[in-house]
Ligand binder design. Structure first.
Ligand code: MN
Length: 213
């Protein structure tokens, strides 16, 4: 658990993202989680779990699915500082991850395994989420899709009362902090609103099609 990679990738004179510091002695009883919707070169959802003073992070291109039959690819990325969980705004173009960031969901999480470090090592982390949008039991499972040398994980919803076939990324596209869409956040922070809007669902155009299907 280190922020060296995170800090090496960024120029904090140019990006408004927090430089952060590891908080190994954070004694808060509850562990936070955050999902940040990030319209960079490609849209993705950064799924972050607090553990040992940092936010363990995975980039989920399609975002979480509430449907237990749908496994969502989750690429591990560098640990982020805890402060990052409150970041919503614009990373300047040309900087690492340049684009618009939204706090799409946040809350607390709890492990469903006795030993989180062991679960991370073996690639079988089961946990519960208590967020505004994501709740109930989930898993992050390490896999080797297509024999790729890069380690990949899958984010999967377990079957419980919070499982659903509703596409939550489409049905609930707004920030849990500001209630804004990506384009609004870009506009408010001097970002590229056209690029940001590509990550916002075309609610009015899409909803009738989905309902009919
Ligand atoms: Mn990202």
């Amino acid at each position: 658990m280190s922020l060296t990679k995170y800090q090496d990738k960024r120029d904090f004179k140019r990006t408004p993202e927090p430089k952060g510091a590891a908080h190994p002695k954070n004694s808060a009883k509850e562990l936070s989680f955050v999902v940040q919707k990030h319209q960079a070169s490609h849209l993705h959802y950064d799924f972050r779990l607090e553990w040992k003073g940092v936010l363990l992070s995975w980039a989920v291109p399609k975002g979480p699915s509430l449907d237990p039959s749908v496994k969502r690819l989750a690429m591990p990325v560098e640990d982020h500082p805890l402060e990052y969980g409150g970041f919503e705004g614009v990373i300047p173009e040309g900087q690492y991850g340049g684009g618009t960031v939204m706090v799409w969901d946040r809350g607390v999480w709890s492990p469903e395994v006795p030993d989180v470090d062991e679960a991370l090592r073996t690639g079988q982390l089961k946990f519960s989420l208590y967020g505004a949008k994501l709740r109930g039991s989930w898993a992050l499972v390490r896999t080797a899709i297509g024999g790729s040398p890069r380690t990949k994980w899958l984010l999967v919803k377990h079957r419980d009362g919070y499982a659903s076939t509703e596409d939550i990324t489409v049905e609930k596209p707004r920030s849990v902090v500001s209630k804004q869409l990506l384009a609004d956040i870009a506009k408010a922070n001097g970002g590229d609103t056209v690029k940001a809007a590509k990550g916002d669902p075309l609610a009015k155009a899409r909803t009738p099609l989905r309902r009919r299907a």
